[in-house]
Design a binder for this molecule. Structure first.
Ligand SMILES: Cc1ncc(COP(=O)(O)O)c(C=O)c1O
Length: 383
């Protein structure tokens, strides 16, 4: 079927975070979900389950593990076993389990800022030390400085939290880059927690490589976090998974989670299964639409806001905009919300290297995006 992403769907009044935080006259382009309806087979599967009307304790269907295994095999030639999949109510939950299972208070956690804020705030919250290896800006993209990466590791660093694809800089790391990072991590005996939640949102010419697929040695030290939530716009249904091939790491994970981390809710399972089995058609179409929005945004910024620099995007629907030379009188996110009534994510929230940036979520109808950009350009023209 042909999906319609152009029609603007009213999300206010649905308790959604994105549209609920700001006053009514602000267009919110911040938190990472999409304004689109999810895939028809997902909606239909949920409807059928609701009609059944009994919502007692539930475990993930065998079919869900099978669907995930088949997908990993097909996309990445990655063969895993059923027992290596651990279901989770969210990827941030997974990050926090990893931090506590594999590092003691005072131990170090390696991260690559600017990055999704849970990567550095959550370890710090639990008393772990942040070892920062910032990504390096080169032209319109970011690269890894491998010397800096290695020198950020101390003798107390235990975990590397990788964000691939990377939020917010939009990189899909190459096999070569992943190989070099993995080699360094293995040499220092780090555990790799690889957050691959954005792995289905890659633009043409780019290919996702799960770091665990590089070699059995890397797989043995890696926890891979994946979910259908970003891919199919079902984040509110809270279903994700950790793939942990090493039995010892899996045991430590389960010990840390015991009695604290709840099972995934029924609707999350149902939606995940429908997504993995029947979501492809929707995903292909949404990626086409997102690619159109990305290119439209890049063209708009180039022509009408030339002092803002948009980073090249290999993946995600989150654009990383450098406003340092835009001559704004204050922090860019504050400026745009006050003067343009557009709500963007604040660059400094992504840690080191985020100053002067905003992150713009373009997973919305083109009309909404155009209106937001017109408002931003108008606000800047008054400077
Ligand atoms: C890299 C990354 N990890 C995790 C999450 C959130 O995952 P969850 O809602 O499953 O906790 C996000 C959401 O933006 C993200 O960008």
């Amino acid at each position: 079927m042909k999906y319609d992403f152009d029609t603007v769907i009213e999300r206010r009044g649905t308790d959604c975070i994105k549209w609920g935080v700001y006053p009514e006259d602000v267009i919110p382009l911040w938190v990472a979900d999409m304004d689109f309806r999810s895939a028809a087979p997902i909606i239909e599967a949920l409807r059928e389950r609701v009609d059944h009307g009994v919502f007692g304790y539930t475990r993930p269907a065998e079919a869900l593990r099978l669907a995930l295994r088949e997908r990993l095999k097909k996309l990445y030639s990655w063969g895993i076993k059923d027992e290596q999949i651990v279901f989770l109510p969210g990827i941030v939950t997974g990050l926090n389990i990893g931090i506590q299972a594999y590092a003691f208070p005072g131990d170090g956690v390696l991260v690559q800022p600017p990055v999704y804020f849970h990567f550095f705030r959550d370890p710090a919250h639990h008393g772990r030390t942040i070892c920062a290896a910032p990504l390096v800006r080169r032209g319109d993209t970011y690269e890894i400085d491998f010397d800096r990466f290695e020198s950020a590791i101390t003798d107390r660093t235990r975990i590397f939290i990788l964000c691939n694809p990377h939020n917010p800089v939009g990189r899909a790391f190459t096999e070569e880059e992943l190989g070099k990072m993995a080699e360094i991590c293995l040499r220092h005996r780090l555990i790799i927690c690889s957050d691959e939640i954005h792995c289905d949102l890659l633009y043409p010419e780019h290919r996702h490589v799960p770091i665990a697929t590089l070699s059995p040695e890397v797989a043995d030290r890696t926890v891979t976090l994946m979910a259908p939530s970003k891919t199919y716009n079902i984040a509110g249904l809270e279903c994700g998974y950790a793939i942990i091939q090493n039995e010892g790491l899996r045991r430590a994970w389960q010990k840390t989670s015991f009695g604290i981390v709840p099972w995934v809710n029924i609707m999350g399972h149902v939606a995940a299964l429908a997504a993995l089995r029947e979501g492809r058609e929707w995903l292909e179409q949404v990626m086409d639409y997102l690619r159109g929005n990305r290119d439209f945004l890049a063209g708009y910024v180039r022509e009408k806001m030339p002092n803002i620099k948009m980073c090249r995007m290999e993946a995600t629907y989150l654009a990383w905009l450098d406003c340092k030379e835009a001559g704004l009188p204050e922090n860019p996110a504050d400026f745009f919300v006050k003067e343009a009534r557009v709500g963007l994510s604040n660059g400094p929230d992504f840690g080191q290297g985020g100053e002067g940036f905003v992150r713009l979520n373009f997973a919305c109808a083109r009309k909404t995006l155009t209106e937001a950009l017109d408002r931003m350009a108008a606000a800047m023209s008054k400077l």
